[in-house]
Design a protein around this ligand. Sequence first.
Ligand code: ZN
Length: 218
Amino acid sequence: MVLGKQGAGKGTQCVRLARHYAVPHISTGDMFRAAVRSGSEFGAKARKFMDAGDLVPDDVVIGLVRERLSQDDARLRGFVLDGFPRTVQQAEALDEMLAPHGGVELVVDLEVPTEVVLKRLASRRVCVECGTNYSVERPPEDPETCDICGGKVVQREDDTESAIRRRLELYEEQTAPLIAWYLAKDKLVTVDGVGEPDRVTTRLIRAIDRRLRRGPDG
Ligand SMILES: [Zn+2]
């Protein structure tokens, strides 16, 4: 499982870790977006919370994750979990789900200082049509037009500095108890997330391999 504030590069790194370890990448954010796109009843419910800027309630997220983790690929090969748990109640539910398999194997905290992610997020630009991410430093060929689909490339309304700061503070508040929870269980490893994505990936894999080789008894 990977923890990391918005803008820490968690999504990118999770995709790479999943590829490296040949396990599914299970992202609750992706699952919610897919549900909303599908127009299902669940998607409509999820959208209401997301539009209101609220967290989706624990029982809804837990149900979704439980269902996903029971599928064969996750059950047989393991997984990289991204975006869950967000609360201690969710962490307790996850422990319960994974109890037959010895619980959560390892929790990685991808650590990037707030000032660094603030800069990254404030420079972020996104295609309104296909969702491709760009930045001021890496714009599309025409700064306002998506290279992939020709859609309009804009700064998200909620990417203003004050809004970003608020989201980051909320994240710290929410995550501090989780970090304490996994630290107490000796499941937590902190990895420096500053630098080129390739270097961060190497750092992550090295830290994970070191911890998993060590085994439960040190
Ligand atoms: Zn596009």
